[in-house]
Design a protein around this ligand. Sequence first.
Ligand SMILES: Nc1nc2c(ncn2[C@@H]2O[C@H](COP(=O)(O)OP(=O)(O)OP(=O)(O)O)[C@@H](O)[C@H]2O)c(=O)[nH]1
Ligand SMILES: [Mg+2]
Length: 230
Amino acid sequence: MMGFKLKVFVVISSGVVLSVCTYAAYRIWKKRLNSADDEGFEDVSKLEETLEKKVLVLGLEGSGKSTLVSQIVKEVGQKCVAFNSIYKPTEGFNVTSLSDGTSPTINIWEIGGKESVRRYWAKFFQDTDILVFVVDASNNSNLSIVVSEIKSLLGDARLASVPILVLANKQDVVGALGAEQISNVLDLKSIPSRSHQVKVLETQTKSGSNEIHPTVCEVRKVLLKLSSHI
Ligand SMILES: Nc1nc2c(ncn2[C@@H]2O[C@H](COP(=O)(O)OP(=O)(O)OP(=O)(O)O)[C@@H](O)[C@H]2O)c(=O)[nH]1
Ligand SMILES: [Mg+2]
């Protein structure tokens, strides 16, 4: 009788031990499998974090941001799509990428410039590497709004020490203000160089030929150069 009870006990215990061991082995195998998966992903996300740059393109409505960006991301020397003068405001934002194969990939974020969209500009400040501010240099009527928008950008801690590229756009329009005049009107020289590196360029997207205008190629070059030094 005792022998039978002992047999039952031994069978049950070995069953329990076997199940525990099988479960433990399964857990170890699963953990290894997961960590192998994680390793691959960890590398990818680290690479992205360190290499990709964020360029934020701001400016009032109609200053020419979308037109500029669409030309910047084209290959240098590539023929321009016939200049499209139909204005389609950006209602939210557009993101495009630029890469020359050697510099880090640049993600260009163009945010709409209408008053209703400008309220949300600050939502896009985080992790900005370069700020591009496009000004319609042919339109004097809203420069005071530009001044106040730039002031509030400069006061935001998330943009502290971010290099700023101001583009005096629409240089093809007779009477457009040049880089020096825009710099004076916006009081850019008063920005301490220790807080922001500021550069002003004259640009125009309207080209006399089928080629992208050289000023747009210059912006592209500056962005690639700046992003490889940040
Ligand atoms: N003459 C001239 N017109 C330009 C130039 N660049 C853009 N435009 C025109 O300006 C208008 C507005 O251009 P967009 O690029 O859509 O302006 P935007 O800054 O993206 O405007 P939002 O998206 O509303 O903030 C369009 O009619 C363009 O054709 C330029 O260099 N010269
Ligand atoms: Mg736009």
